[in-house]
Design a protein around this ligand. Structure first.
Ligand code: CA2
Length: 151
């Protein structure tokens, strides 16, 4: 299986570290990308790291991942709670999918308790702050290794 992993981020995550630090912390999305790149090197993974405020762009990246990726880590942000279209796209992707949320969505408003994406995700991480990205990447690496008979 390919060792390329897509790390996809949904709407408003470009504001990470710049607003609402009490919920999302002070780490920026550029910091998260740098941490993921360093960890990917250790795990012998390649990554493509993207953020968009547009649902169709996230869907297009998921379609692109079908051609060449061995896994997807996705924080769909608010689309988590609304998007059947992103769920449908992920259902057409055959390798591991890990859903990640920076905050503990279950401790927040009831409308954040339901995720369409969780119906497809192989694992869900919530409430570990931005550290969750690294945990998700480690899990995808393990699943790829297991698939390849390396773990
Ligand atoms: O906890 C998460 O990672 C969320 O996916 C973040 C989404 C929210 O809609 C989900 O319910 C949970 C919101 C992302 C917005 O990120 C911001 C970061 C800093 C300042 C403002 C927004």
């Amino acid at each position: 299986m390919s060792r390329l992993v897509y790390i996809l981020n949904g709407p408003n995550l470009n504001l990470l570290g710049k607003r609402q630090p009490e919920i999302y912390g002070r780490v920026t999305l550029a910091d998260v990308e740098a941490e993921c790149r360093a960890l990917a090197g250790e795990l012998d993974l390649a990554i493509r790291f993207h953020q968009s405020n547009r649902e169709y762009e996230l869907i297009d990246w998921i379609h692109e991942a079908r051609n060449d990726a061995g896994g997807i880590v996705i924080n769909p942000a608010a689309f988590t709670h609304t998007s059947v279209a992103i769920l449908d796209a992920l259902n057409a992707f055959d390798a591991p999918v890990i859903e990640i949320h920076i905050s503990n969505v279950h401790k927040r408003e009831p409308f954040r308790h339901h995720s369409f994406v969780s119906a497809r995700a192989d694992g869900v991480i919530a409430g570990f702050g931005t550290q969750g990205y690294g945990l998700a990447l480690r899990r995808v690496a393990r699943l790829i290794d297991e698939q390849a008979g390396r773990a």
